[in-house]
Design a protein around this ligand. Structure first.
Ligand code: ZN
Length: 290
C-alpha cells in the first residue's frame, strides 16, 4: 500500500509546517519607570512557534499595555470573576524587583487566581530574587485571602533557578546574564538579562533588562547574539544606574549596528540611525526572528 507523505501529517500539522512560524518578541512598552502611556514601561512578550506567550517583566503598566497590545486601547476588564488576565500567557520571567518590572504582579496573581478557569502561569526567576519578591514586595497584598494564608506557589507555578542558570520554555533556551544595576557596596541590585535562542536553530537575542553601562559584558554578548536590545537612558542628567545614550555611542560600530535601544525617556531628540545603532524600539513593535 502506497502512503502519501501528506498522510503522515494531520491537517493542522500541514498548516503549521507551511506557515514558517518563528519566535517573536513584542515590546508592550519601551519607556522608563516614570514614563507615560505614550510609551509604557519596558515589558515584553515572547511568543513561541506554538503561539504560547511568555511575559518578560510585569510592571504596574501591564494592565493597560497588555490590553492595548491586543487592540483594546485603554480598555481594562475590572471584574474579578471572568477570566485570567490573558489566557495565552503561559509563563512570566522577572528580571529584578523595581516596580516597573514587578508592579503588576499582584494584579496578575489575583486576577488569575480568582478567574473562572485559574491556571497558574509558570514563574521563572533567580531563586534569591524570588524569595525577596515575595517577602519584601508581594506578601503584604497577596499573603492573605478570606479564610486562608497564601504563598507565591498558590498563585504561580514557581521555577526558581541559580543566577548563572538557564531555563527551557517551548523550545527556547533563556540564559540568565547578571547585569549590575544599582551598586552601593552594601546591598547591590542586579538585574538578570536574558540571552534567548530557539533550539535547535535560530538567532540568539540578548535583552539587557536594566543595567549600567557594561561594555565588557555587552561585547561578550555581541559575539553570540545577532540582535541586542539595550537599556538606554536619554535624559541630560545621567542617573548612572542605566546605560546612557552618550556612553553607548562609544561602543564599536560593529556592536552598535546590532543594538536596538529601549527604556528611554519621552521624546528623545537623538538620531540613533545616524549614530550607527539599529534604532529606538517603538511601543508595540514586534520582532520576528526567522
Ligand atoms: Zn530597575
Amino acid at each position: 500500500m502506497d502512503i502519501e507523505i501528506w498522510d503522515l501529517f494531520g491537517i493542522w500539522d500541514l498548516e503549521f509546517l507551511c506557515k514558517d512560524v518563528h519566535m517573536k518578541i513584542k515590546f508592550l512598552g519601551v519607556g522608563s519607570a516614570f514614563t507615560t502611556p505614550e510609551y509604557y514601561q519596558s515589558n515584553m512578550l515572547v511568543t513561541s512557534r506554538s503561539g504560547k506567550q511568555l511575559l518578560v517583566d510585569c510592571g504596574g503598566d501591564i494592565r493597560f499595555s497588555l490590553s492595548e497590545s491586543k487592540g483594546g486601547e485603554h480598555i481594562v476588564d475590572t471584574s474579578l470573576q471572568e477570566r485570567s488576565p490573558d489566557g495565552e500567557i503561559d509563563a512570566i520571567y522577572i528580571s529584578h524587583l523595581h516596580s516597573d518590572h514587578i508592579g503588576g504582579m499582584e494584579w496578575m496573581a489575583f486576577k488569575t487566581y480568582f478567574s473562572l478557569s485559574p491556571e497558574k502561569p509558570k514563574l521563572f526567576m533567580e531563586e534569591k530574587l524570588m524569595h525577596e519578591m515575595w517577602n519584601w514586595s508581594l506578601k503584604g497584598g497577596l499573603g492573605t485571602i478570606e479564610g486562608k494564608c497564601m504563598h507565591l506557589t498558590d498563585y504561580f507555578d514557581c521555577r526558581p533557578m541559580v543566577g548563572n542558570g538557564a531555563f527551557h520554555w517551548e523550545n527556547i533556551v533563556f540564559s540568565l546574564i547578571k547585569m549590575p544595576h544599582i551598586i552601593n557596596g552594601y546591598r547591590n541590585i542586579y538585574s538578570y538579562g536574558l540571552l534567548i535562542q530557539e533550539v535547535p536553530e535560530g538567532p540568539a537575542v540578548f535583552i539587557t533588562t536594566d543595567t549600567q553601562f557594561e561594555p565588557g559584558i555587552v561585547s561578550q554578548m555581541g559575539q553570540k547574539a545577532a540582535v541586542i536590545f539595550h537599556d538606554c537612558e536619554t535624559n541630560i542628567f545621567k542617573s548612572l544606574v542605566h546605560a546612557h545614550y552618550d556612553d553607548l555611542r562609544t561602543l564599536p560600530p560593529s556592536l552598535r549596528r546590532k543594538i536596538w535601544l529601549y527604556h528611554y525617556q519621552p521624546h528623545p531628540d537623538m538620531k540613533p540611525g545616524t549614530d550607527g545603532f539599529a534604532g529606538f524600539v517603538s511601543k508595540g513593535q514586534e520582532f520576528d526572528f526567522s
